[in-house]
Design a protein around this ligand. Structure first.
Ligand code: SF4
Length: 368
């Protein structure tokens, strides 16, 4: 382990969403949320299967109506990923979702209305042994708190979270995690830092409404990395106005970059210039797409020429160093006799990567 990547994580309680552990040293789980109509059962199931293929650990589904709750029942029976039912205001939807097999509820107790209804939900959750996520969002802060603080500043967000937590505390329920999300990186990070000192529950992190793909990735990476580097975060979701599959990929890329959790190939590719001997950008893009399903971690360097190629290939699991017409292949830092024809790099390297993955999986399975 690179000593510079040694992040000291905040200690927290452990909860389980289905069979996924959260908190107390568990791997940081990657979540996403479906953006189909929940009542469109077929499309929702298809999307969850796609998310599973790229490694999602947990999927959240919004349940805005009773009809959606009925659809949730069928969806739940047809997917293997733990599901969180996202509920606002209507306690009946929460109760139905729990009965239909939700692995966790995302709910803000204070929004449910009277205490009897909150207590009914909590009794149901206790009965089925499922946790709750309290999710405070800067865009939907309670009016009285907003009035007190004038705007959704970090202290206001934390006060809202503590208020919701107190509802659960009063009912002796401690199987919950908390999130505070803002679209502004600075206030989101600060709010989570304050919250982390006040509670012992796991924290779900993310930057909400972060924007379309490029902008959203930049904001999320800066915000989430700032929290992770401070040891905060037990599960995360990247919120993008884009295909949720991208959210999962970006989530893993952030964890990979920080040396926290590894999944799939970590491509090291040069930015290219007129020295490149093959079309690096095209090769990397194609391989990234073709290998989406691969979960075995490994570093693969794809570099257009010898300037930086040899150095990178020597420290990668597999490496390509661009050459005229044919490029050199490195395995575990060692240059192989047979070169790859430049027009066959995608095909040949994919074969090599899959072969290596099989080998590494076998070693892992046998604890070698
Ligand atoms: Fe250009 Fe070679 Fe550097 Fe790639 S490694 S950017 S091809 S000089």
């Amino acid at each position: 382990m690179n000593k510079y990547k040694n992040i000291k994580r905040r200690k927290s309680n452990r909860i389980y969403v289905g069979d996924v552990p959260i908190g107390n040293g568990a791997p940081i789980s990657v979540q996403s949320m479906t953006n189909t109509q929940t009542t469109n059962i077929e499309e929702t199931i298809k999307q969850i299967i796609k998310l599973k293929k790229v490694g999602v650990d947990i999927v959240r589904i919004s349940i805005p109506t009773l009809e959606a709750a009925e659809s949730f029942k069928i969806i739940k029976a047809n997917v293997e990923v733990p599901l969180i039912a996202d509920i606002h205001f209507d306690y009946r939807l929460a109760i139905k979702s729990i009965k239909y097999g939700a692995d966790c509820l995302r709910i803000n107790p204070g929004n449910i209305g009277n205490k009897r209804r909150i207590s009914e939900i909590v009794d149901c959750a206790k009965d089925k042994n499922i946790p709750i996520r309290i999710g405070v969002n800067a865009g939907s802060l309670e009016n009285d708190i907003l009035k007190k603080y004038k705007s959704p500043i970090p202290e206001a967000l934390v006060e809202s979270a503590i208020r919701h937590i107190e509802y659960l505390d009063a009912l002796n329920f401690n199987q919950f995690k908390v999130s505070i999300k803002t679209s502004d990186v600075f206030s989101g990070v600060k709010a989570n830092k304050i919250l982390a000192k006040k509670i012992t529950q796991p924290i779900h992190i993310g930057i909400t409404e972060s924007g379309a793909l490029r902008n959203g990735i930049v904001k999320s990476s800066i915000g989430i990395a700032s929290m992770l580097l401070a040891g905060i975060g037990d599960t995360l979701r990247i919120s993008l106005a884009a295909d949720p599959v991208e959210e999962v990929k970006v989530g893993y890329d952030i964890l990979k970059t920080l040396g926290i959790r590894f999944r799939g190939v970590n491509f090291i590719a040069c930015p290219t210039c007129s020295r490149q001997e093959f079309d690096v950008i095209n090769v990397v893009n194609q391989l990234e797409k073709n290998l989406e399903d691969l979960s075995t971690p490994m570093d693969v360097s794809i570099i257009g020429c010898i300037v930086n190629g040899i150095g990178e290939a020597k420290v990668s699991t597999l490496g390509i160093v661009g050459g005229s017409k044919k490029s050199a292949l490195y395995k575990d830092g060692i240059r192989q006799k047979n070169k790859l024809k430049n027009e066959e790099i995608v095909k040949e390297l994919e074969i090599q990567i899959r072969k290596k993955a099989k080998f590494l999986d076998k070693l892992k399975k046998n604890n070698i």
